[in-house]
Design a protein around this ligand. Structure first.
Ligand code: AKB
Length: 315
């Protein structure tokens, strides 16, 4: 039985991955860690330890104590916060990746999942149906760390036979834990505010189209790529991954079908520039071909599920 360590288990994706992995492999086989205990649901529902993703000795000790063979490295500073703290973003995102890659190179662990992002693309990348292999000149610190990280993943695979697998997440929409510090966060906040206060001030312009995905699809993709035969994972940098694309205006139309009184205002800030530098849609044909990726949730499905779940939470 594989023993799993999740670094950054309290975050938006890390927490849902933790619930899912615990349900699949058993609470005793999944060690959830984060730098703080803010996510009490995660802390109180299975094995949890405080762990700083920048601390190599701490990660190594955790791996040895729990006999870990698989690591999901979910800790990262995202695009918007990264622009405020460029050096911190670089240090966290790169140090943590090197720590787990080196643990795999030195045979302490066998397998790594490390998420990349659509942020690897930049203003010179073709924006529509962006191919796997194309111009990549990211303009955010976060995007730079993800692009460089991808090169290192491929290097460790080629040079040291490290079994590292990665996907380029689009914006992820979910109702359990809030995202923190991303440019796509508006697509989660908008649902919370629609249900709570029936109004939202959006930090992107109404026609800003970005690639997005529901959490259930993102978790499925993560588990699918990790379960695939090693020979089927032909890309060892990171796979393009897509579900849907939409603009703030389109989410508003979708929400208004259920909450007609919902009111939106627009006040674009520095995150608009980041969004403008990213693709509008993604060509993920390699993921579909190599390990049978298929998404399930449309925008209408997402809106229905988000409003249903958030109504239970707030009303
Ligand atoms: C962000 O907005 O920074 C993230 C991402 C697309 O990687 N959600």
């Amino acid at each position: 039985m594989s023993k799993i360590l999740i670094i950054g288990a309290g975050g938006q994706i890390g927490s849902e991955l933790t619930y899912k992995l615990r349900s699949l492999y058993g609470d005793d086989n999944v060690v959830a860690t984060d730098i703080n205990q803010n996510n009490l649901d995660i802390v109180n529902s299975g094995i949890f330890e405080i762990l700083d993703a920048k601390d190599y000795d701490g990660i190594k000790s955790c791996v040895e104590r729990h006999d870990i063979d698989t690591v999901y490295l979910m800790a990262a500073m995202l695009s918007a916060t990264g622009e405020k703290f460029p050096e911190k973003a670089w240090n966290l995102n790169m140090d943590s990746l090197f720590h787990v890659l080196n643990l795999a190179r030195d045979k302490f662990i066998k397998k790594i999942f490390w998420p990349s992002s659509i942020a690897v693309f930049g203003p010179t990348t073709p924006t529509k149906y962006t191919p796997q292999y194309t111009i990549m000149e990211p303009s955010t610190v976060y995007g730079i760390t993800k692009q460089v990280g991808e090169r290192w993943c491929e290097y460790y695979y080629n040079k040291y036979d490290v079994d590292v697998r990665s996907i380029r997440y689009p914006g992820i929409i979910s109702w359990k834990a809030l995202p923190g510090g991303g440019t796509t966060d508006y697509a989660v906040e908008i649902y919370h505010e629609a249900v709570k206060t029936k109004s939202y001030e959006c930090f992107l312009k109404p026609d800003t189209e970005l690639p997005m995905m529901f959490m259930d699809d993102a978790i499925k993709a993560t588990l699918d790529i990790m379960a695939a035969q090693s020979a089927d994972i032909k890309i060892r940098s990171s796979y393009n991954l897509a579900a849907i694309s939409f603009t703030p205006k389109e989410v508003v139309e979708s929400i208004k079908k259920q909450i007609p009184e919902f009111n939106i205002t627009y006040k674009p800030d520095y995150r608009q520039d980041i969004a403008d530098s990213w693709p509008k849609s993604i060509n993920d044909s390699y993921a579909r071909q190599d390990w049978n990726w298929k998404h399930a949730f449309s925008l209408e499905d997402i809106t229905e599920e988000m409003i249903f779940q958030l109504n239970k939470k707030y009303n």
